[in-house]
Design a protein around this ligand. Sequence first.
Ligand code: ATP
Ligand code: MG
Length: 345
Amino acid sequence: MSKPVILTGIRSNEEPTLANYLGAFLPMVNMQREFAGDYQINMFVPDLHSFTTPIDHSALYRNTLNNLKYFIAAGLDLNNPDTYIYRQSYIPAHSELTWILDCFTYVGEMSRMTQFKEKSAEHSESVTVGLFNYPVLMAADILLYDTEYVPVGEDQFQHLEITRDIAERFNNKFGEVFTIPENTKAQMSFIHRDKGLRIRSLTDPTKKMSKSSSDEKSKILLTDDPEGARKKIMSATTDSIGVINFDWETQPGITSLLQILSYLSGRTQDEVNAEWVGKDRYGEFKTAVADAVANFLSDFQAKLAEISDEVLLAKLEVSERAMSEVANATLHRAQVAVGLRPKEA
Ligand code: ATP
Ligand code: MG
């Protein structure tokens, strides 16, 4: 019997930060460690989703491969037999099924999507049909592989629910064509994600660190040179209280640094706090964090340099071939259902 499928997307856009590494890459790598064996894990690059809003197309192909390399450097195991890594646009069934599903999706329900409302307000000069329609492409991404689990953040709950609605509507009309993914509540209890992690901006610790911030000093990029990153930590905004405390309300800057230190040193937050809380030497503390960040970056960048395009492309080709077969079989079921293909005898 085939294993239940967990599906997760690896976005390909700008340069990721240390916060993306800790908040997204590591949980995904840990998910592979935890669930491979009992589950099939589909990690796909939603490259067709990456230009629902304007991007620099000349960098897209390169960014896609680079982003995958970041995950591998973070510990993703390419040789794991239960893991499939593929690019959406290399499996045309995604687009093909999207069209079929489009014709069973109502403009009314799509108009309620909060993310569309928000993003269309943000990019009001160029709201494309692609931006409006992307939840249906996402539904196809999920349904093509009989996916049960999709570990998404809260911002994607609505899209997961619309996927379930579309699939149920289709099945009610045509019989059991699609596997319905679990509802959001079941998803959340299945994947106990580190939801609380929010690494703060280094220059304004009341805000989170964001890769799209134009303030270079607010963020550590995974490609930053370790010495430059060290300087950013040393000049990070803290407070004038003068004693180290783990307190998000009154000392968010210091607290975020304590958190970074815990994650990068592999020690629990309690262990790190036991070492530093109550001390008044901010400089010494920042040096410890700066060392941890610089060491992490040197190590990470050395791993990144070792990953060749050839190895990555070879894995992608094998996965894409295998997943094309699965996707085409599901597409065929849908095509038969709607009358585009003959029913088998
Ligand atoms: P943008 O500024 O473009 O929104 P971002 O840095 O917020 O970029 P996203 O692409 O929105 O990154 O999110 C990618 C992943 O990184 C998500 O899983 C998100 O939860 C995680 N992430 C983003 N910012 C942080 C942060 N400050 N701390 C922990 N995790 C984060
Ligand atoms: Mg963001």
